[in-house]
Ligand binder design. Structure first.
Ligand code: HEC
Length: 223
C-alpha cells in the first residue's frame, strides 16, 4: 500500500515536470478531412504559419529545436497547445504576448493569430481541407496570392530575414521575383530545384495554391 502511494507520488512529480513536453492526453495525429472551409484546416492554414514564422532553420526546426521546441509538424506543435484553452496554450500565448517571434523577426498578422485561436477553440485537431476546384476567376495578388505567400513563405523571406537573398513580403518583391527569376521560383515551388532549394522546405504547397500561383504568373501578375 505504502509502496503504491510512493509510486503514485513519483509519477505525479514526473508528470508535472514534463507537462510542457507532453502532448495533451487523448490527442490523435490522425488527419481529419473537412468538408467545408467553415472550420480551420490545420494542414493548409496553421501548419505553414508555425513552419515559416517559427520553424526556420536555426530556430524551431527539427534540426535546431531551440529550447526543445519544434514547430514543423502536428505532433510537436500539439505539445504546446491545449484544445479549447487559449490561456493554457503556450505556443499561442507566446505569440500574443509578443515574446515570439523574436524582436527582429517577421511577426504574424492579427488575422493569422485569430486563425490559430479559432483552430484551438475548434479542438486543435489535425484537420485538412482539400478543395475540389480552385476558385480562380479573380486571381490577383491582393485577393489570393498575398495570403498564400504570407502563410507559407514570408516568415523566412522578409526585410529582416531574406533567406537566399529573397524577399516576398509585399507585391513589389513578389512581382520582382516572379517576373525576374521566374524559373528559380517555379523550380522552387514545384519541387524541381533540388539541393535544399525546394520551397517551402517543410513540404510542397497544395495543388490548389500551386495552380493559383502558376495562373497568376501566366496572367502577368495582376496586383
Ligand atoms: C522555413 C524557411 C523558409 C520558408 C518557409 C520558405 N523558404 Fe524559400 N528559402 C529558404 C532558405 C533557407 C533559402 C536558401 C536555400 C539555399 O540557398 O540553399 C530559400 C531560398 C528560396 C529561393 C531561391 C531558390 C534558389 O534556387 O536559389 C526561392 C525562389 C524561395 N526560397 C522561394 C520561397 C517561396 C515561394 C516560399 C513559400 C512558398 C518559401 N521560399 C518558403 C527558407 C524558406
Amino acid at each position: 500500500m505504502r509502496l503504491t502511494i510512493v509510486f503514485v507520488l513519483i509519477l505525479t512529480v514526473v508528470f508535472a515536470a514534463c507537462k510542457h513536453d507532453m502532448v495533451e492526453p487523448g490527442t490523435s495525429s490522425e488527419v481529419v478531412i473537412l468538408s467545408s472551409t467553415d472550420s480551420v484546416s490545420f494542414q493548409t492554414q496553421i501548419l505553414p504559419l508555425y513552419q515559416s514564422y517559427c520553424g526556420s532553420s536555426g530556430c524551431h526546426s527539427a534540426a535546431s529545436a531551440k529550447e526543445g521546441v519544434v514547430t514543423t509538424d502536428y505532433f510537436n506543435i500539439r505539445k504546446g497547445i491545449r484544445s479549447k484553452n487559449l490561456n493554457e496554450s503556450e505556443y499561442y500565448t507566446i505569440i500574443t504576448s509578443g515574446e515570439m517571434p523574436p524582436k527582429r523577426s517577421a511577426k504574424l498578422s492579427s488575422a493569422q493569430i485569430a486563425l490559430i485561436a479559432k483552430w484551438i477553440n475548434e479542438g486543435a485537431k489535425n484537420t485538412l481541407y482539400t478543395p475540389n476546384n480552385c476558385n480562380s476567376s479573380n486571381n490577383t495578388y491582393s485577393l489570393g496570392i498575398a495570403s498564400i505567400l504570407a502563410a507559407n513563405c514570408v516568415g523566412c523571406h522578409n526585410t529582416n530575414l531574406a533567406s537566399g537573398g529573397i524577399q516576398l513580403h509585399n507585391y513589389n518583391t513578389a512581382f520582382a521575383l516572379a517576373s525576374g527569376s521566374q524559373t528559380v521560383l517555379l523550380n522552387a515551388i514545384n519541387y524541381t530545384a533540388g539541393g535544399g532549394k525546394n520551397m517551402p522546405p517543410a513540404g510542397k504547397l497544395s495543388n490548389c495554391d500551386l495552380q493559383l500561383i502558376n495562373q497568376w504568373i501566366a496572367n502577368g501578375m495582376p496586383q
